[in-house]
Design a protein around this ligand. Structure first.
Ligand code: MLT
Length: 259
């Protein structure tokens, strides 16, 4: 469905009924990456799968930041009349947004699932590469970002068809939205000090072969939060929900049932 927020037509898919679960996608992807998980869990949960502004079927906007994405999601919950605290599931950039959502809308968070993500901000050289990517995308289209990202997202054993599917999907995103997201990533706040404040049930999930956000630092994040644990998914890189959907969905269902 389309939801008007901040004068932008933002897209959100809703699957099933039950306790709410909010899925936040990574960069430069869309809610499509969560569709399999949302469908699998829709027998028992109300799964909300937005496309962030400037991604997927949502309108593009040159204005973006982790805070704005988080506030869009809170406004979306209002429009969906979803007043109950949600389980927030975020992957990579979706995790950075989940930290921001937690800081800004704590009362709306029931639990968190942080996948293939990190707490630190970009180092200056990383931020400079993002700015170069933003400029390249504005000049030559989102394919420029897709070309860079497709090599980083998947474990080496992934099928060429899956790689191609996501390369195409990333290439279709509006350049204005992808460039704004790259700049928002470059300027995102450091969330390390947020970790010790997290007092809701928290699960970390990472692909064993994730080179962008590898298992070791995620293990350290899980140790920083009382009661949190880490699940490592074999045979997956940075995208376990689409690389190893059966195992990912099993782990997520187990966590949701435990709440
Ligand atoms: C993502 O998957 O959201 C990106 O890899 C995030 C990042 O580049 O930091």
């Amino acid at each position: 469905m389309v939801i008007e927020i901040d004068n932008l037509a933002l897209h959100c898919e809703v699957f099933g009924e039950g306790e709410p679960v909010l899925f936040i996608h990574g960069f430069p992807l869309s809610g499509e990456m969560w569709r399999g998980a949302a469908e699998a869990l829709s027998d028992r949960w109300r799964c909300l799968v937005p496309d962030l502004r400037g991604h997927g079927r949502s309108a593009a906007s040159a204005a973006a930041s982790m805070a704005r994405y988080a506030d869009d999601l809170a406004a979306m919950l209002d429009k969906l009349r979803e007043w109950r605290p949600v389980v927030v599931v975020g992957l990579s950039m979706g995790g950075y947004i989940a930290f921001e959502f937690y800081r800004r809308h704590r009362a709306r968070v029931r639990a968190m699932v942080l996948c293939d993500t990190r707490a630190e901000a970009d180092a200056p050289d990383g931020a400079a590469k993002r700015e170069a990517m933003a400029q390249e995308v504005l000049k030559n289209g989102s394919r420029a970002a897709a070309d860079v990202m497709v090599d980083k997202l998947f474990a080496p054993g992934v099928s060429p068809q899956l790689r191609q599917h996501w390369h195409d999907a990333m290439s279709r995103n509006p350049p204005v939205g992808v460039a704004a997201a790259a700049r928002a990533l470059a300027t995102r706040p450091d969330s390390t000090s947020t970790l010790t404040t997290i007092d809701c049930p928290t699960l970390f999930v990472v692909g064993r072969e994730d080179t962008l956000t590898p298992p070791a630092p995620m293990e350290a994040m899980a140790r920083a939060i009382r009661g949190a644990r880490l699940e490592i998914i074999e045979g997956a890189g940075h995208m376990p929900p689409v690389e190893q959907p059966g195992e990912f969905n099993r782990i997520l269902r187990g966590f949701l049932e435990s709440l």
